[in-house]
Design a protein around this ligand. Structure first.
Ligand code: NAD
Length: 482
């Protein structure tokens, strides 16, 4: 079923049924490229959430008892469906989030691949047998932690929810997931693939609602055993504190402010082209987006000139147009934030080299922006822009660059460009970050862990580590009766 705008009609998915919620309360879904309302999203009441919690409690008993081979088969079937439907899911994501079709369909395809990785990893959640006294068997078992309360944002409307869903289901957990009310149809179409693949009712429940109300209720419930959140640092701290009050573990994937260190021996043109490509992806709304460009003073002009060239080559437009290489910002809050951060940098004496303003057309479009001479006390150097702003700062020696890079409370992604193996090793050892890329701006890969240090959160998604948060470790010592 679709709305008058051809957008999927959004429903919640509770206990294996698509539903609208008890009161029929809704919020509008807006296309960021046109500012038109294209549908609405149902908002859960406490009674809806309680139904989802009951379903997850029962779904957990069913899913944990399902043979792992069968769980894996269902997850692979869901991955096949996601891959088959990637083009349509991508269109839905672009319509409600704004990113270019190439990025959104690519996200849907990667989602299928990530799910396959986790589906196979479900079969490797090994325990161990520990040598001990004769007559005793000492083992360590890994068991699913239980129903999960998950909360995901709007920047990866398909891949974001899937990271939580695929890890939890692979580990044998059930979930109640609240996806973003701003990109709900993408999450719904993802969940539909799992439902159509034969996932038993209650194992996966999708809700929307007033975020604070939903998280308070789901975290406080004794049904949920793990809180998994992706989003901003302030909200992450709030949810981690709430989880702590009820002694519930949490997985926190929060924001960063990724430094890019371009060393004196790097090629400034290659570094600028590579970093610029990563900068404009998803209009800079990626938690690992490069966001502070620390460039050796001897290279800074050449680097800036190439970066400006790359910015001016970007085609900003509606993500549904094939020629678009950067879409609008996903919501008006980000547009306002770009205007505020740019104005503050200029007030502190920075110079806009290109961009610096919203486009004169409907939609939340902001031009790719390069800013130089940004002093340390400008907000842009301490607040994650989460948008298409590239502040460039010159440094004179590596100690200074490392100190600047590590000076913020964040530690998610970091990037370095250098020709020297010794310098690369120093960056690897000394940058305070959970994810480091040298001489490229690599995105996340499902085979390897992603996650932060310091205020950027804790726990890892991707790689074999992804299942850790979703499994408990149980020691069993069995004295054999002679
Ligand atoms: P926000 O802090 O209002 O919300 C971030 C996410 O958390 C949203 O999905 C929101 O629905 C959810 N949320 C907010 N309050 C909540 C609560 N009490 N309980 C549960 N969920 C809650 O910020 P925003 O305006 O949506 O995004 C702006 C900032 O968020 C960005 O500057 C960026 O730092 C951060 N962000 C990070 C990521 C990431 O991948 N780490 C993704 C999106 C946004």
């Amino acid at each position: 079923m679709t709305t008058d705008h051809g957008h999927p009609a959004v429903r919640m998915y509770i206990a294996g049924e698509w539903c609208q919620g008890e009161t029929g309360r809704t919020a509008p879904i807006v296309n960021p490229a046109t500012e038109e309302v294209i549908g609405d999203v149902p908002l859960a009441t406490t009674a809806d959430l309680d139904r989802a919690l009951d379903a997850a409690a029962q779904g957990f008993q069913v899913w944990r008892a399902t043979p792992v081979t069968e769980r894996t088969r269902i997850l692979h079937t869901a991955a096949d469906l996601i891959a088959e439907r990637a083009a349509e899911i991508g269109r839905t994501a672009t319509r409600e989030q704004g990113k270019p079709l190439r990025e959104s369909t690519g996200e849907a395809r990667r989602t299928a691949a990530t799910l396959r990785w986790h589906a196979d990893d479900a079969r490797r959640a090994y325990g161990r047998i520990i040598p001990t006294d004769p007559g005793t068997v000492l083992t360590v078992r890994r068991e699913p932690i239980g129903p999960v309360a998950a909360f995901v944002p709007w920047n990866f409307p398909v891949g974001g929810p899937n990271r939580k869903i695929s890890s939890a289901l692979a580990a044998g957990c059930s979930l109640v997931i609240k996806a973003s009310e701003e990109t709900p149809a993408s999450a719904m179409e993802l969940v539909r693939c799992y439902a159509d693949a034969g996932l038993p009712p209650g194992v996966l429940n999708l809700v929307f609602g007033e975020p604070a109300e939903v998280s308070e209720h789901l975290i406080a419930s004794p049904v949920t055993r793990l809180v998994a959140f992706t989003g901003s640092v302030p909200v992450g701290k709030l949810l981690a504190a709430r989880s702590g009050q009820v002694m519930k573990p949490s997985l926190m994937e929060l924001g960063g402010h990724a430094p890019v260190i371009v060393c004196a021996d790097a090629d400034p043109v290659t570094a600028a082209r590579t970093a610029a490509r990563a900068k404009w992806a998803n209009a800079g709304q990626v938690c690992t987006s490069p966001s502070r460009f620390l460039v050796h003073a001897s290279l800074v002009e050449e680097f800036t000139a190439e970066f400006v060239k790359a910015a001016e080559a970007v085609t900003v437009g509606d993500g549904l147009d094939a020629s678009t290489t950067m879409g609008p910002l996903a919501n008006e809050r980000r547009l306002k934030a770009m205007e505020r951060l740019t104005a503050d940098a200029v007030a502190h004496g920075a110079e806009i080299r290109t961009g610096g303003e919203r486009l004169d057309r409907p939609g939340w479009f902001f031009a790719p922006t390069v800013i130089t001479g940004v002093p340390e006390d400008a907000e842009l150097l301490s607040e994650e822009p989460f948008g298409p702003l590239a502040p460039i700062v010159a440094f004179h020696d590596l100690d200074e660059a490392l100190a600047l890079a590590n000076s913020l409370p964040y530690g998610l992604a970091a990037y370095g460009f250098t020709d020297s193996a010794a310098t690369a090793e120093r960056l690897s050892a000394e940058l305070e970050a959970g994810i480091l890329s040298v001489n490229h701006c690599g995105g996340s890969v499902h085979e390897a862990p992603s996650g932060g240090v310091k205020d950027s959160g804790y726990g890892r998604e991707g790689g074999p580590e992804a299942l850790d948060a979703y499994l408990i470790t149980k020691r069993v010592s069995h004295l054999l009766v002679p």
